[in-house]
Design a protein around this ligand. Structure first.
Ligand code: ATP
Length: 208
C-alpha cells in the first residue's frame, strides 16, 4: 500500500458512534484511503479493559461496517502482552514503507502522549492527527509536548481536526448499560445487538 493510511488505536470497550464519527472526519479531512481500527490487547496507558479482546474485536468489526474506508486489524489483540503503540507503528511502518501513516486519536490521548512508551519514536514514524474532545482543548497541551507540537504543526506532521465535538465515551456507555439506562444514539445498532446477544456490561438487555 502506498496511499494514505490512518491507524486508530483504542480499547473500544465498546466501540461507539463517537469513534466512527471522528474516524469518518479524519478520513474526510486528511483524505485517507483507509482507517484501520486497532483494538488494544492490554493497553499500556490505560486500565486493563473489562471485556475480553475477542468481544471488543468482534464489536469493532461490526462498527467498522459503517464506512467502506474502515477496516479492522487484530494485530494488537493477537500479539499478547502489553500493547505499546510504538510497536504497532513500527510494524505498520515495516509493512507499508511507502504509505503516508497517520496515528489518529482524541484530544485526551494527545494530552497524555508524552507518557506513552517511546513516544518520540511514535512521532518519528507516523504523523499524528487529533480530534477535539469534551474537557480537553487541543490547544492546552502539557509543557513536555510544546516543542514537538510547535514543530509538528509547522511541518504538517501534527493535524488538529476541525470537525465538531462528539460527547460520547465508552465509560459513559458502560455506566448506562450497568444502570439499565438507554444507549440509543450512542451505539451502532449492530454493536447494540451484539451486546444484547452476549449479555455484556451487566445491564438489562432491553435497554441497549
Ligand atoms: P473510555 O471511556 O473507556 O476511556 P473511550 O470512549 O475514550 O473509552 P477509546 O477506545 O479509549 O474510547 O478511544 C480510542 C480513541 O478514540 C482515543 O484516542 C480517544 O481519545 C478517541 N475517542 C474516543 N471517543 C472520542 C470522542 N467522542 N471524541 C474524540 N475522540 C474520541
Amino acid at each position: 500500500m502506498t496511499g494514505r493510511l490512518g491507524l486508530f488505536g483504542g480499547t473500544f470497550d465498546p466501540p461507539h458512534l463517537g469513534h466512527t464519527h471522528i474516524a469518518r472526519a479524519f478520513a474526510d479531512e486528511l483524505d485517507l484511503d483507509t482507517v484501520i481500527f486497532l483494538p488494544a490487547g492490554d493497553p499500556y496507558h490505560k486500565a486493563a479493559p473489562s471485556t475480553p479482546a475477542a468481544h471488543r474485536l468482534a464489536m469493532t468489526q461490526l462498527a467498522a461496517q459503517a464506512d467502506p474506508r474502515f477496516a479492522v486489524s487484530d494485530l494488537d489483540t493477537v500479539r499478547g502482552g502489553t500493547t505499546y503503540t510504538a510497536d504497532t507503528v513500527r510494524i505498520f511502518r515495516q509493512h507499508y514503507p511507502a504509505a503516508e501513516l497517520w496515528w489518529l486519536m482524541g484530544a485526551d490521548s494527545l494530552a497524555a502522549l508524552h507518557t506513552w512508551k517511546d513516544w518520540p519514536s511514535i512521532v518519528r514514524q507516523t504523523r499524528i492527527a487529533a480530534a477535539a474532545r469534551s474537557g480537553f482543548a487541543l490547544s492546552a497541551l502539557p509543557s513536555e509536548l510544546h516543542a514537538w507540537a510547535a514543530q509538528a504543526l509547522n511541518d504538517g506532521s501534527l493535524h488538529l481536526l476541525s470537525a465538531p465535538l462528539s460527547d460520547i465515551s465508552s465509560t459513559d456507555i458502560r455506566g448506562r448499560l450497568k444502570n439499565g439506562q438507554h444507549t440509543g444514539g450512542l451505539l451502532d445498532p449492530a454493536v447494540a445487538a451484539y451486546i444484547r446477544r452476549h449479555k455484556l456490561y451487566g445491564g438489562s438487555p432491553e435497554n441497549v
